[in-house]
Structure formats: C-alpha cells, structure tokens
Design a protein around this ligand. Structure first.
Ligand SMILES: O=C(O)C(O)[C@@H](O)[C@H](O)[C@H](O)COP(=O)(O)O
Length: 260
C-alpha cells in the first residue's frame, strides 16, 4: 500500500487543468519508456472536466494518441448511446477529438449489447478483456495501468464500489456487476479494489464542499469496506487531487501548505 499524497488546488477549474497537464506528462513519459501507455478513465463531473481541460490543452498534441489504451473504472449499465453512459460523456469531452486507435479503446458493455440485461455476464466479459491484455510482467489478470483515475463520491465511493456493498468486499474477481447502487442508475459495472490496485498510479479526484467529509474520512485511516476510497491505492503512487473546498476538513499535516 502506498501512502497517499495530497495536492490541493485553488478551485475545481484549476484542479481539472492541472490534472490534465499532469496526465499529458504521465502519458508522454510512459510512451517514451515503454512504447505505449494505458489509462483508466472515471465517470462523474470531475473526470469529465479533466478530459475537457485536456481537449483544450495545447500540449495534448505531445501525446501519441494511437499508442494509448483506454479502459474504464466503472460504467452505468444503460443502452449503448445513452447520454448518461460514462463512455458517451468521455467521447463528448475528449475522445472524439483525438486520433485514438479504436482497437485500444475498451468501453464496458452496454445493457443492450450481447449480454442483454445480464450485468454479471457483462462484468465477466470485461474481466476477460482485461485478462487478455495482461502480459507476463503484469500483476495478475489485468494490465499494469499507468494511471487509473477515480472520482470520489460524497459517501466515499469510488468507481461503482459503494460503502458496505458486496462489490467493495470482492477479493478475487477484477470486475463485478453492481445492483442497487445508491447513485443512479442502480445497475453498474465496476472494477474491484484488487483491479484498481494493479495500477502504477491511482489518482483520486474530488472537488466541492460536499466531498470534504469523504476526503477527511478516507484519508484518516478508515477501513475500505466503510470508505471504499481508502482502499484505492496504486502500486507506485496514490495521489489525491482536491480543490480547497474538498480539502477543508483534512488534518493540516496531510498536505504541504505550499500546495494550497
Ligand atoms: O459513474 C459514476 O458516476 C462514477 O464513476 C462515480 O464513481 C463518480 O466518479 C463519483 O460519483 C464522483 O462523481 P463527481 O465527480 O460527479 O462528483
């Protein structure tokens, strides 16, 4: 487990821009070192704001988009073109504007796809897709993602892993179907904590006063069953990217004053 590092930005706009700049650098570095990069996207407003900021960043052209693998941390289990699907929102914010290799873009299944409404079969098929992409030097049946991003919910959920729900207790499978989620829609597909922890870097994004309590709880030693965000960490680095409002309840020793 890596100790979380906390970076606090003035407001959510600057947070999105700084995180986008950070992601560009990470991807360029990974491509230089290993030939390609892999990133796991998150749903939610902060993840989409980051993608929109990336679309506006002149340095986006430094990325070789054709050598980037994109995965999702979770998906709302809805029909293919539904505007509430995370993949649709990501396409609108950035993906349609950059020259990705479609074979390297890995959305989670839709509820009108080959598995119909069987969310467990959809989750199983995504787990198989991840396993096929894992190589001998990876750690288990998922690729070693370079960066895995997660929005943090006000109840400390990450991806579609909600406090006390069965998904957050999963220790074997890499992807699970989720039913009865407290955040709509109730049916979702989600990576599990073991899959999240395969990433080199995990970045948790939270902005706004309604996230202040969640950030303070998750960063103060809470257990992952009650506070799933506390169980989301990377092999090499765990980074919490916050705005001032979301950091308002953090113990001051958790982040350097210079970052705010
Ligand atoms: O599909 C989703 O809804 C998510 O991936 C979810 O985990 C989200 O990231 C958080 O709820 C934070 O969302 P906001 O950034 O909108 O607060």
């Amino acid at each position: 487990m890596t100790t979380p590092q906390v970076v606090v930005h003035r407001d959510k706009e600057l947070m999105a821009q700084a995180a986008a700049a950070r992601l560009i650098t990470k991807v360029v570095d990974a491509q230089a070192a290993r030939g390609s990069a892999s990133v796991v996207l998150t749903g939610g407003r902060n993840g989409n704001a980051l993608l929109a900021a990336l679309a506006e960043a002149p340095a986006r052209d430094a990325v070789d988009w054709s050598r980037l693998d994109l995965w999702w941390g979770d998906e709302r289990f809805l029909p293919e073109g539904d505007p509430e699907r995370n993949v649709i929102q990501a396409r609108a914010a950035l993906l349609d504007a950059v020259p990705l290799d479609p074979a390297r873009v890995h959305p989670m299944p839709a509820s009108d796809g080959p598995f119909g409404h069987d969310v467990d079969a959809a989750a199983e098929s995504y787990a198989e897709e991840l396993a096929r992409a894992a190589g001998p030097y990876d750690h288990g049946p998922v690729p070693t993602f370079d960066v895995l991003m997660l929005g943090v919910g006000p109840d400390t959920h990450v991806a579609s892993l909600f406090p006390e729900h069965p998904g957050v207790r999963e220790t074997e499978r890499t992807v699970v179907g989720v039913r009865g989620a407290p955040k709509p829609p109730p049916t979702r597909v989600s990576l599990t904590l073991p899959a999240i922890r395969a990433a080199r870097e995990v970045w948790l994004l939270a902005a706004g006063a309604d996230k202040a309590n969640a950030a303070a709880i998750a960063l103060s030693g809470a257990g992952e069953i009650q506070a799933p965000a506390a169980g989301a960490y990377g092999r090499g680095r765990t980074l919490w990217l916050l705005d001032r409002a979301a950091a308002a309840q953090l113990p001051k020793q958790l982040y350097p004053l210079a970052s705010a």
